[in-house]
Design a protein around this ligand. Structure first.
Ligand code: AHR
Length: 528
């Protein structure tokens, strides 16, 4: 049985299957899809993950060590690997974040590892037990690709160049032989190279000009030698540090990098510009991740929609220098950032993950999809036990979060082709907050099958939708829906299946699809 089917069966068995059938009470919303006007490809890298050496993200979340009683393969926990495989994670960004600009890779290879510090995150020690070869093993186990961020803040182009030689050289250089002695004779494949992280702040508080001089040197000297990665289409893509907001500081940063790129010489080039944007209405993060009500639900979701404006602002600058859209905008840190859970090290960024986060994830994925001509990568922060995670672990226990379920439901959108959707669902309002009640995207996969994702943001009103396909009569439609009793419903170690997808089925009436959307729900259906 394919892994995703096995997962679905497991989830359904835990949840008890229910059928969401159309009923006649709610107002019917017309949603039309025109498959004759295909848009951009939804790059599978829009569904990337981020794993930083932070709190229990890597240690305990991924790495338990070879001698652990938790079942593992070469120190990497098996339950997490199975869970992540079902998401078809396209790439994992590692080792940071702010951590990356203080990371010295040589401390994390070979039989003897130096114990260092992690001053950014909780002031704890870093055992370096999970280093380069363990990360690449993890990537291999989950069937993903590596997005390696090199140290620009406190490193040198030479240190990064030697790391890439260690990773990718095929010829018998001393570093390639060291890699072989550490258990991997063949060169690794590195899909993405991040050149610095937030170099305007934790990465060294650089001006755009200073960063650009660093960027050019790293682009020139940090090479990928893997023979299998020398042709176009297989090349390692280089991602420059981009903006972290939409004020003048950030627009000037984007302007400076793009202007430099437009005037580049043969000696350097980039493929992507990163964008970081968290949903965090107040700094320091003080909204609770569980135990909140509709006011915080509406506010957080309204705030998350700012992602659309942010992307539009920076895309417009990029369009001026790069009308052919060669440079991808890579939203390589995004997600909800809330107050640390009581009793945890505040530097570990531990938070729960609720139905609200599932909806937040769907809204952002939909925004990325609508900007897919420019946004060709995104990495939710972070994969395990940190911020808006897919998975939470507690020693040998593991739970899947509501966000995990949305990522699994959206798997059919990976590399599918966007098709335009039009709908008028009106507004959901709560007190002084108003936002569109319904949000939807549609895409066709390589086999020509249509997938539609619809989110009903309204916390209490269901929505009946009548979906029509221009020029096509639908024969059947089925999928899954994710909702829960409360806006702050979570999965916990005691109740791991409080928020899990259930089957959604739709009635076909006169070639149109009639579907009831539960309040505060995310639904994904596939149409025949
Ligand atoms: O994801 C947590 C931190 O947020 C990252 O290390 C940093 O890049 C960002 O500020």
């Amino acid at each position: 049985m394919p892994l995703t089917a096995a997962f679905r069966d497991l989830v359904l068995a835990l949840a008890g299957a229910t059928l969401i059938a159309p009923a006649a009470t709610a107002e019917t919303v017309a949603l039309s899809i025109d498959t004759s006007k295909p848009g951009a490809k939804l790059d599978r890298n829009l569904f990337g993950q981020f794993a930083e050496h932070l709190g229990h993200g890597v240690y305990e979340g991924v790495w338990v060590g070879r001698d652990s009683k938790i079942p593992n393969a070469r120190g990497i926990r098996n339950d997490v690997v199975v869970a992540l495989k079902a998401l078809r994670v396209p790439n994992v960004r590692w080792p940071g974040g702010c951590f990356a600009d203080e990371y010295h890779w040589r401390k994390g290879i070979g039989p003897r590892r130096a114990v260092t510090l992690n001053p950014n995150w909780g002031g704890v020690t870093e055992s370096n037990a999970f280093g380069t070869d363990e990360f690449m093993d993890f990537i291999d186990q989950i069937g993903s690709e590596a997005y390696v961020s090199v140290n620009v803040g406190s490193g040198t182009p030479q240190e990064a160049a030697e790391w890439l030689e260690y990773l990718t050289a095929d010829q018998p250089t001393t570093l390639a032989q060291e890699r072989a002695a550490n258990g991997h004779a063949a060169p690794y494949r590195i899909a993405f190279l991040g050149i610095g992280n937030e170099s305007w702040d934790c990465g060294g508080n650089m001006t755009p000009e200073h960063y650009l001089s660093q960027l050019k040197a790293y682009c020139r000297f940090v090479r990928n030698f893997n023979p299998a990665q020398q042709q176009d289409g297989r090349r390692m893509l280089k991602v420059a540090v981009g903006p972290g907001g939409d004020g003048p500081r950030w627009t000037e940063w984007t302007e400076a990098v793009m202007k430099a790129w437009a005037g580049r010489s043969w000696s350097w080039d980039i493929d992507g510009l990163s964008l970081h944007s968290y949903t965090v209405p107040k700094w320091p993060p003080s909204y609770k991740s569980v135990g909140f009500g509709e006011t915080e639900y509406a506010l957080i979701l309204k705030t998350t929609l700012e992602m659309d404006r942010l992307i539009a602002t920076h895309s417009a600058i990029m369009d001026r220098y790069d009308p052919q859209k060669k440079i991808a905008l890579v939203v390589d840190e995004w997600g909800g950032w809330y107050a640390p859970l009581p009793g945890t090290n505040p530097g570990f960024l531990a938070q729960q993950n609720s139905l609200r986060d599932a909806i937040l994830a769907a809204l952002n994925l939909n925004i990325f999809a609508r900007h897919a001509d420019r946004v060709r990568g995104a990495n939710i922060a972070q994969m395990i036990n940190v911020l808006q995670a897919m998975v939470l672990t507690d020693e040998e226990k593991m739970i899947l979060t509501p966000t995990y379920h949305v990522f699994r439901m959206y798997v059919p959108f990976q590399d599918a082709t966007f098709v335009p959707v039009s709908l008028t669902g009106g507004f959901y309002t709560h007190r002084d907050v108003a936002l569109p009640r319904l949000d939807a995207i549609a895409a066709t996969d390589a086999a020509g099958k249509l997938h539609v994702a619809i989110t009903n943001v309204d916390a209490s009103a269901p929505a009946d939708v009548e979906l029509s396909l221009a020029g096509v009569r639908a024969r059947s439609a089925a999928g899954e829906t994710l909702t829960a009793p409360r806006v702050d419903s979570v999965n916990s170690f005691d109740a791991p299946s409080a928020v899990v997808p259930k089957p959604a089925s739709a009635a076909i009436r006169d070639g149109k699809i009639a579907l009831r959307l539960e309040p505060k729900s995310v639904t994904v259906i596939s149409v025949e």
